[in-house]
Design a protein around this ligand. Structure first.
Ligand code: C2E
Ligand code: MG
Ligand code: MG
Length: 276
């Protein structure tokens, strides 16, 4: 406060630059989503069975290539989108694109029982339209719900846990599976697990990276046992070495995702793009 008792706002040049950059990123992303100008694309990272290493599905991860700037990390622009309504548009774009890709794989006869997981922000899961959006997208593309997993990524606290739980319940009743992403780092706590109907827990890669430390090994064991007590599968993310894989197998992880078994890559065969 100033000597006169008025609040003083500390508006440093650094803060000013950060705000300006965020606003610029938000405006650029809004333009990309409004015009669907081809700057966004999806890559797919395989998820494999921990014992056999056979692929069981893939996670769709969004990529943004800005002309003149280059690739922008989702760790940078997803949180910006999450601060505004843009996250809803972004999640919907990802959902549509991934489901269309599923239809392409199914038509090419290469899908089998495999699935694609898409990330949905907590804000989106609390909206009533999420259920018709997801089910409508699948129906439109003629893709069965068992081929889709939604990963709830919770960087911010769920605004309405009960509404999220009822939406997820409806999705599960329709056959879509639900995973909790980055378990152990986000806001999803053990309390949430009592409320949220789920099929899968994903252990955050930060635990896997330090798996050689005994503390993290105990934590990973705890998460895997928690998942199994709840009757859900547990996937470990960020598996980069054979040592990680062997430790996770010994601890009972069901599925593995990481650079060791496959990096995120563009889809093959490519989706058929509508002619201009
Ligand atoms: P996430 O959903 O936990 O995704 C896993 C991240 O770990 C991805 O980073 C992936 O490329 C990276 N990764 C996979 N294997 C390894 C590994 O072995 N080692 C290391 N060091 N990293 C690995 P990416 O693609 O940069 O995405 C970062 C985060 O951005 C995602 O974390 C997710 O929270 C968010 N995100 C990405 N795509 C989307 C999307 O389409 N929608 C939403 N809402 N969020 C997304
Ligand atoms: Mg994820
Ligand atoms: Mg994750």
């Amino acid at each position: 406060k100033s000597p006169a008792g008025e609040p003083i706002e500390l508006f440093t040049p650094q803060l000013h630059k950060e705000l300006r950059d965020r606003l610029e990123l938000e405006q650029a992303l809004r333009h990309v989503l409004e015009t669907d100008n081809g700057e966004l694309h999806l890559v797919y990272q395989p998820v494999v069975d921990a014992v056999t290493c056979a692929p069981v599905g893939a996670e769709a991860l969004v990529r943004w290539n800005r002309p003149g700037i280059g690739p922008v990390s989702p760790d940078l622009f997803v949180p910006v989108a999450e601060r505004s309504e843009l996250i809803i548009e972004l999640d919907n774009w990802v959902l549509h694109t991934a489901v269309r890709q599923l239809a392409v794989w199914a038509a090419a006869g290469v899908l089998g029982d495999r699935w694609v997981a898409v990330n949905l922000s907590g804000a989106h899961v609390c909206r009533p339209e999420i259920v018709p959006q997801v089910l409508g997208t699948l129906a439109e593309a003629g893709v069965g719900p068992r081929h889709l997993i939604v990963e709830l990524t919770e960087r911010e606290l769920l605004a309405d846990v009960e509404l999220a739980a009822s939406n997820l319940k409806m999705l599960r009743e329709a056959g879509v599976r639900v995973a909790i992403d980055d378990f152990g780092t986000g806001f999803t706590s053990l309390t949430h697990l009592r409320w949220l109907p789920i099929d899968k827990l994903k252990i955050d890669k930060s635990f896997v990276t330090n798996l050689t430390g005994s503390n993290d090994q105990s934590l990973v064991r705890l998460v895997i046992e928690t998942g199994h007590v709840l009757g859900v599968e547990v996937t470990a993310e960020g598996v980069e070495t054979v040592e990680h894989l062997e430790a996770l197998r010994a601890l009972g992880a069901d599925q593995i995702q990481g650079y060791l078994t496959g990096r995120p890559e563009a889809a093959v065969p490519r989706p058929v793009l509508p002619s201009p």
